[in-house]
Write a protein that binds this ligand. Structure first.
Ligand SMILES: [Ca+2]
Ligand SMILES: [Ca+2]
Length: 191
């Protein structure tokens, strides 16, 4: 009996050590790989093509909703798996508390819902997404980023594109926040 307990403890300690070891490993910086035009466009269009359940060349609001629901179900599944650390298919009080403690230690998370909602409404108002149009847009975007016109986005060209995109997104969010505070002066200022 006693050896059993000690054996169990050893397993717990080993698991904890393993957990710490994985947690402490720095996330590898995502390497920016060069990408050819075809792969670049495919990357942007493939998701639309797979969302186009009835194959009519466009992604309707319903099709988009179905994809979103599937993604949400997947996320819920992985959230459960994260909690169920001993993988027995149940979340014990201890597993639940461990997660809550970890979350409390990380501090409050910035609320993102306010930014996500207008984007979704805007998208819905635009109607179904035409896949051919999306392909043309992606090609156009590639050509804009491919500043040396060799048909391949080098790491530097991609990096420059990312920075421009980040800048653009920040501008848009600031404009949106400004608009929101005009509409409801009581709303808490978002950064
Ligand atoms: Ca469709
Ligand atoms: Ca290039």
């Amino acid at each position: 009996m006693r050896t059993n307990i000690i054996g169990g403890l050893t397993v717990v300690v080993l698991a904890a050590v393993a957990g710490v070891a994985t947690a402490q490993q720095p996330a590898p910086a995502r390497a920016v790989e060069p990408v050819a035009r075809e792969a670049f466009v495919a990357h942007r269009v493939d998701r639309l093509t797979s969302a186009d359940a009835n194959g009519d060349g466009s992604v309707s609001a319903d099709e988009l909703r179905a994809v979103r629901q599937a993604r949400r179900a997947e996320k819920t599944g992985s959230a459960f798996d994260r909690l169920d650390t001993d993988r027995d298919g149940m979340i014990s009080r201890a597993e639940f508390d461990a997660r809550a403690t970890a979350r409390a230690e990380r501090g409050p998370r910035a609320h993102r819902g306010d930014h996500a909602r207008p984007a979704r409404a805007e998208r819905a108002a635009r109607g179904p997404v035409d896949i051919a149009e999306a392909r043309a847009k992606a090609t156009e975007q590639f050509d804009r980023l491919d500043t040396d016109r060799d048909g391949v986005l080098s790491a530097a060209e991609r990096q420059a594109g990312r920075e421009a995109m980040r800048e653009h997104r920040r501008d848009r969010m600031e404009r949106r926040a400004a608009r929101a505070s005009e509409q409801s002066p009581q709303a808490p200022a978002s950064e």
